[in-house]
Write a protein that binds this ligand. Structure first.
Ligand code: GDP
Length: 205
């Protein structure tokens, strides 16, 4: 695979699927982005690929949730998956239940899924819904990288403390998970994220 950084300018929209069954081919390698609504997942994705609006602003409450796939190479064998934001109280119970089933299938069954980046707000990480997401990833045997976004909101010392606290909690909740700070606003932490994605997307099988 060419260096991931060289592929990013080629990123293009592939598909938007309301359920697991309608996702396109499960070959190649895929990395998914998940996170609570408002943690900044869209901003992180846009910062990662240097686009203003690749990932659209979170869909309106009540709307059917979709898995959006973006291809990195021309053939679309290397992909980023943008999962719907979770923890949004106004989504109907029926839609939450439906989506919970689809997400469980995606995380546990998708063969090309190489890892999940879970975006959290560094000021309040590991909410109950984040913990559920981590548990699901563990059930599916998925690698996890936690991205503590909005790092610009904390000064050096408070940021280091927040990182250390999250690291300690993660050791219990998601053994083996890695974490790094990020700021979509300041565009910091991008290289570290790139290197995680590159490792995941280039491994064999
Ligand atoms: P999503 O719902 O997780 O996709 O979140 P968005 O990307 O729409 O971001 C939610 C809000 O947080 C928006 O007002 C963004 O401008 C803001 N935001 C996102 N990332 C950052 C960041 O790194 N720093 C700061 N200060 N604000 C951010």
């Amino acid at each position: 695979m060419p260096k991931l950084a060289a592929l990013l300018p080629k990123v293009h929209f592939l598909s938007s699927s309301p359920d697991y069954a309608s996702l396109p081919g499960d070959d190649g390698a895929e990395v998914a982005f998940a996170g609570r609504s408002n943690a900044g997942k869209s901003s992180v994705l846009n910062t990662l690929v240097n686009r203003k609006a690749l990932a659209k602003i979170s869909s309106a409450p009540g709307k059917t949730r979709h898995i959006n796939l973006f291809g990195l190479d021309d053939a679309g064998r290397l992909r980023l998956a943008d999962l719907p934001g979770y923890g949004y109280a106004k989504v109907s119970a029926a839609e939450q239940e439906r989506w919970g089933r689809e997400l469980t299938r995606y995380i546990t069954e998708r063969r090309s899924l190489k890892g999940v980046v879970v975006v959290m707000d560094i000021r309040h990480p590991l909410a109950e819904s984040d913990r559920q997401m981590l548990t699901l990833c563990r059930t599916g045997g998925r690698r996890v990288h936690v991205l503590l976004n909005k790092a610009d909101k904390l000064t050096g010392n408070r940021r280091a403390k927040a990182m250390a606290a999250a690291e300690k909690d993660l050791a219990f909740l998601a053994p083996g998970a890695t974490l790094s700070p990020f700021s979509a606003l300041k565009r910091s932490g991008r290289d570290e994220l790139l290197s995680v994605l590159e490792t995941w997307l280039t491994e064999d099988s």
